[in-house]
Design a protein around this ligand. Sequence first.
Ligand SMILES: [Zn+2]
Length: 46
Amino acid sequence: MAKCPKCGEEVAKPIKTWVLAPKGRKGVKIGLFQCSNGHYFRAKVE
Ligand SMILES: [Zn+2]
């Protein structure tokens, strides 16, 4: 679940996810979300 930073709507499922892993650090899973108002945003996925 992620919240759109523009309109505050909550989006349950990301369109896609990937792992962001800086060298020597533990990776963070990032998701690309789209709310029903058409905003795209990235957020950390649990
Ligand atoms: Zn939105």
